[in-house]
Design a protein around this ligand. Structure first.
Ligand code: C2E
Ligand code: MG
Ligand code: MG
Length: 727
């Protein structure tokens, strides 16, 4: 009787099902069977028998039937065969061979559908080959019990299994799924086995993530594979040069030489090949950079690799070359990093961390609509350290949480103070590092700070970087809790990683911030389309869009055109210290703290009703205080005047650069602030001037209407200017 360990349960279909027979036969062929019988157990008859040629995997007719003439019985066959079988050591297998039919019947009655046995084939009691027999038992619909018997070479089966298993393990351990080439494990093993000195070169591509953002991840994978092919095409295997794909856009190469010139030559060749890929693949320029470290058999491969990676980071910031050899001085950087960490507590105590503000503007009205708080480290000697030099260091050891919380508290306190002073404030967003997000109690802590200060959360939106937000379930909970607590959430750096618009929706983001790297592609490689579609999708999801890193007029114009809600960038303003930002807030209030802006709006609405022709742009001047506030307009007037701090300067600049000579004097007279102040007779007044100016480099006929007025509660004299193009 078959013991339990020899039983494998299979499905219990009635075997007349042709599919079953076919699939069984297929399994049999695949599993390297030698012999196959179909046995009618009830009638003790062999119905079918085949020898299966394991080499060709094709069924061949059996040349002889062990001296039997068909039809013959299974029992007869078993006896014949068993002459050359030496029963296995197991008692059970011996007894099965002596009485196969009853054993099969007994097994089937117990519900057993599969029997598995091993026998030795031998001569003179000498074991030659171990045979494995598999019997699949099925009842035919006519009521007879059938057994499908398959004999296999046990070792061959085992060997095959082992080989395919080993191959699978090797593939998994040594090969890379994207490039189908070697991975870092394979690289290490090969190098250790080879044991000859040389250099390890680490390769990376500048702004590779942008390829994924702009062209999609499958194109990104194609780029990774193509670069891999370029790298391997330069390798001479006979000289023991080899490479591996480490991850994403990171590759590693081994050259068995210390010859610097030769290495640089190789790097230059690779640089050219990789750059050329951009054109053939139609993607943004692929700019590689390289770090090089020496290796010898007594050194750990990991250590050399680390050194090459450190050197690669040095190369990333070089402008002269795109490669760097590892230098012991790089270790100094690590020491410097430690010093930064050690001085954090005292810097915090001495209030060396300052909040700077970068305003965000509405591209249509050119009005400031918000700002982002950006930390600066102002040291005792007055020097200012940029956050990119210390934030990544603080992110590695949890210090960042303290800093983020400190900045958040400061911003809340500023907002409260401005509120008290009656300034018209704007929301100031605060960055929250992904490392801070790992602290579960962060939301309650931020809420506590708001309560302490007495501020509403809508004035301090939270910026969470895209990569943190997209890939992490626990962050989802924290983002949810911030949202529930009333904090507007901004997804920062969108487009710098594996951008996912779907996560925006799930994570309740109110605003998406397009990363500078994406904005830089405006006008290139489909960057326009990506931005346009992103904005479109965001709008559909009810999410507003702020573009970061906007540096020029073309970018500003394009973004305005495609409906980008807000702009943050050097084009409007660099990050500025608190005192400067406060001035902007003052200006933002138009006139002064006591003056109601509603009153001005009322006045302007009334005045506008009397104008018939649509205006090109309008603005308001505080003549008493000598400054100007852009109100609205369809032309990029602000770009002409944004660098001037007073109304007087603006008038002079416009007259010098844009007004045709013939009208310059009249223009200067008309808009002269002192003259207007002197001539104002105490009641509202409208004046008109026709003149010619250059508009987009062409002369145009213009009309300026000015309305001079005061509003209650203010002593200042105001002027509303509307400019119309007449041709
Ligand atoms: P971010 O949050 O994406 O901030 C925008 C960065 O882009 C700022 O760099 C800003 O100065 C810069 N930027 C804005 N417009 C332009 C432009 O037109 N051209 C160029 N070239 N750059 C522009 P910054 O201030 O150096 O900050 C860098 C990063 O440091 C920030 O990127 C943010 O991730 C991080 N950071 C700054 N302050 C904090 C903070 O308090 N906490 C945390 N966790 N991170 C912070
Ligand atoms: Mg930010
Ligand atoms: Mg950003």
């Amino acid at each position: 009787m078959a013991s339990d360990k020899n039983i494998i349960e299979k499905n219990d279909k009635v075997f007349s099902d042709i599919e079953f027979e076919n699939s069984l036969l297929k399994d049999v062929v695949m599993s390297d069977a030698i012999l196959y019988f179909k046995v009618n157990v009830t009638k003790d008859l062999i119905c079918e028998r085949n020898i299966i040629n394991p080499n060709s995997q094709v069924q061949v007719p059996q040349p002889e039937d062990f001296g039997l003439t068909p039809p013959y019985s299974f029992k007869e066959l078993c006896q014949k065969i068993s002459n050359s079988f030496i029963p296995n050591d197991s008692e059970d297998d011996v007894s099965f061979l002596n009485d196969p039919l009853n054993k099969i019947r007994e097994a089937y009655e117990k519900g057993i559908k599969t029997i598995y046995k091993n026998y030795w084939i031998g001569k003179d009691n000498k074991k030659i080959t171990l045979i494995n027999q598999l019997l699949v038992l099925r009842k035919h619909k006519d009521g007879d019990l059938y057994a499908f018997s398959v004999l296999r070479n046990f070792y061959k089966v085992q060997q095959e299994l082992k080989r395919s298993y080993e191959k699978e393990i090797e593939n998994f351990a040594f090969y890379d799924a994207i490039t189908e080439g070697a991975n870092y494990n394979k690289f290490k093993t090969t190098l250790k086995k080879l044991g000859i000195p040389g250099v390890i070169v680490a390769i990376d591509i500048h702004s590779f993530k942008i390829v994924n953002s702009i062209c999609g991840i499958s194109k990104g994978d194609l780029v990774i594979k193509t670069i891999w092919e370029k790298i391997t095409s330069t390798l001479d295997a006979e000289k023991n040069e080899f490479a591996a794909h480490v991850s994403s856009d990171h590759y590693i190469v081994f050259y068995p030489t210390y010859d610097t010139e030769l290495i640089i030559e190789k790097i230059e060749e690779l640089t050219k090949l990789i750059r050329d890929c951009s054109q053939t693949l139609k993607v943004p320029t692929l700019e590689p950079y390289f770090g090089i470290s020496e290796w010898h058999p007594d050194k750990k491969v990991e250590l050399s690799n680390n050194e090459a990676v450190i050197a690669k980071h040095t190369a990333k910031n070089l402008t002269s070359e795109n490669y760097s050899f590892f230098d012991r001085r790089d270790n100094l950087r690590l020491i410097r990093e430690k010093r930064i960490i050690d001085s954090f507590d005292s810097a915090l105590e001495k209030e060396e961390f300052k909040v700077w503000f970068q305003p965000k503007y509405n591209p249509i009205t050119k009005k400031m609509v918000g700002a982002e708080a950006l930390v600066r480290w102002q040291q005792e000697d007055g020097s200012i350290i940029s956050p990119i030099s210390f934030i990544p260091i603080f992110e590695q050891n949890g210090i960042i949480r303290k800093l983020d919380e400190y900045i958040f508290r400061k911003v809340c306190q500023y907002q409260k103070e401005w509120e008290k002073q009656g300034k018209k404030t704007v929301p100031v967003s605060v960055n929250l590092s992904r490392a801070s997000l790992y602290f579960k109690d962060i939301v309650s802590q931020y809420k506590q700070i708001l309560d302490d200060v007495g501020l509403k959360p809508n004035l301090v939106p939270i910026e969470i970087t895209e990569t943190a937000a997209v890939n992490n379930e626990s962050i989802k909970d924290i983002a949810d809790n911030f949202y529930k607590a009333g904090f507007p959430l901004h997804m920062d750096d969108f487009g710098s990683g594996y951008s996912s618009l779907s996560s925006l929706n799930v994570l309740h983001f109110e605003t998406l911030k397009l990363d500078k790297s994406l904005v830089d592609y405006i006008g290139n490689f489909g960057g326009d389309r990506v931005i346009e579609h992103t904005i479109c999708l965001a709008k559909e999801l009810g999410i507003s869009v702020t573009a970061e890193g906007v540096e020029n007029e073309d970018q500003d114009r394009f973004l305005k055109h495609v409906g980008c809600d807000n702009i943050q960038g050097y084009f409007y303003s660099k990050p500025i210290p608190c005192e400067e930002f406060e001035l902007k807030l003052d200006n933002y209030c138009l006139i002064n703290n006591n003056l109601s802006t509603d009153k001005i709006a009322e006045h302007i609405v009334e005045y506008r009703q009397s104008l018939i022709k649509p205006t090109l742009y309008t603005f308001i001047v505080n003549l008493s205080q000598n400054y100007i506030t852009q109100d609205s307009g369809v032309c990029d007037w602000l770009s002409e005047v944004k660098n001037f701090s007073s109304y007087d300067e603006v008038v002079k600049n416009l007259a010098d650069n844009y007004i045709l000579d013939q009208d310059r004097e009249a223009y200067l007279n008309f808009f002269d602030r002192n003259k207007i102040l002197e001539s104002y007779c105490g009641s509202e007044e409208t004046r008109i001037l026709h003149y010619h100016r250059y508009l987009q480099k062409n002369p145009s006929k213009m009309r300026s209407l000015i309305n001079i007025f005061t509003v209650p509660e203010s002593k200042d004299l105001l002027m509303y200017v509307s400019v119309t193009q007449l041709n």
